[in-house]
Design a protein around this ligand. Structure first.
Ligand code: ZN
Length: 304
């Protein structure tokens, strides 16, 4: 695995030539990012399987093979290039002043973007708990799904989307705002249960909605079920309003909601913001009506 990471990084480093000479070489830059990501995944795999999925380290063979295959997908390559260039942009302009809980407090009061009790799968405000600490836009992101009393995200075999408790559940607006971007056409990946991702998908974000809540506060919610989004760009919406249904579109190993707060409508160069929620309940802790951070492994629901 280490050798694979090094090969990707070397190929990616060749992309630097693109800055000085032939621009076609720029397309090699995403390989560097892939090398970095695979390196992280390798580290992550050994110490922390995605909570809710398994109590022992899951078999990630299908995950890796589908991620490798996605490197053959031209749509994916273009998006990875955008992501990499966005990372470089943030590094150059913001690396010494990335938002943190010490420097940023959301002005808007947010609720959780769903009804009922869900599990925080991945996410937290520290490097150890973060959804993806080194991906600046998604540093403070959260993945949510539903579980049963055995902490399982599905009944049945888990090989059908309908097996998952959160699939097709309502996703609601976390605060008042204006919809500034919608994607609703990405198919749901039906091959669930082996942790592979949809390498043929045209957008690894799947279907998503971006809502502007304040001058520099935008929520990004992703992996909606294809065609389920009921709001359009320009719509003024209210907190708690239905915006769509949970799906498995894009690069998603099982149905879930991805949610994060960002400081701009431009997904690729936006800074991820640490977010507190109001009027929520975290299982096994006293009810909290003040502004609260949440973290992976918690069961959470809105008070109202
Ligand atoms: Zn996510």
């Amino acid at each position: 695995m280490k050798q694979v990471v090094i090969v990707f990084k070397i190929i990616g480093a060749l992309g630097v030539i693109g800055f000085f000479g032939d621009k076609h070489f720029l397309y090699l830059l995403p390989f560097y990012l892939i090398g970095v990501i695979l390196g992280k995944v390798e580290k992550y795999r050994s110490k922390k399987p995605e909570s809710g999925l398994a109590t022992t380290a899951p078999d990630l063979t299908h995950y890796y093979s589908s991620v490798y295959l996605s490197l053959l997908n031209p749509f994916n390559i273009v998006l990875l290039a955008k992501q990499l260039l966005g990372q470089l942009y943030i590094l150059v302009f913001y690396s010494y002043r990335l938002p943190s809980p010490a420097t940023f407090q959301n002005k808007v009061q947010y609720i959780l973007p769903f009804r009922g009790t869900w599990k925080v799968g991945r996410g937290g405000i520290t490097a150890d708990t973060s959804h993806s600490w080194n991906l600046y836009t998604q540093r403070y992101a959260y993945d949510f799904f539903m579980t049963d009393t055995d902490d399982k995200p599905n009944n049945g075999t888990g090989n059908h989307l309908d097996d998952y408790y959160c699939f097709d559940q309502e996703v609601i607006a976390p605060a008042d705002g204006t919809v500034v971007a919608v994607k609703n056409s990405i198919p749901d990946y039906t091959h669930v249960g082996d942790l592979s991702v949809d390498w043929k998908s045209r957008d690894f974000r799947g279907n998503y909605v971006i809502i502007q809540h304040a001058a520099n506060e935008y929520s990004f919610i992703a992996h909606f079920k294809q065609g389920s989004i009921v709001v359009s760009t320009g719509d003024v919406i209210k907190q708690g309003q239905l915006i769509g249904r949970c799906g498995n579109s894009g690069h998603s190993t099982m149905p879930h909601i991805h949610f994060h707060l960002q400081n701009s409508r431009k997904f690729w160069i936006a800074l991820g913001l640490p977010i507190t929620f109001n009027d929520i309940v975290i299982a096994d802790t006293p009810n909290n009506t003040g502004a609260t951070y949440i973290t992976g492994g918690q069961l959470v629901h809105n008070c109202h």
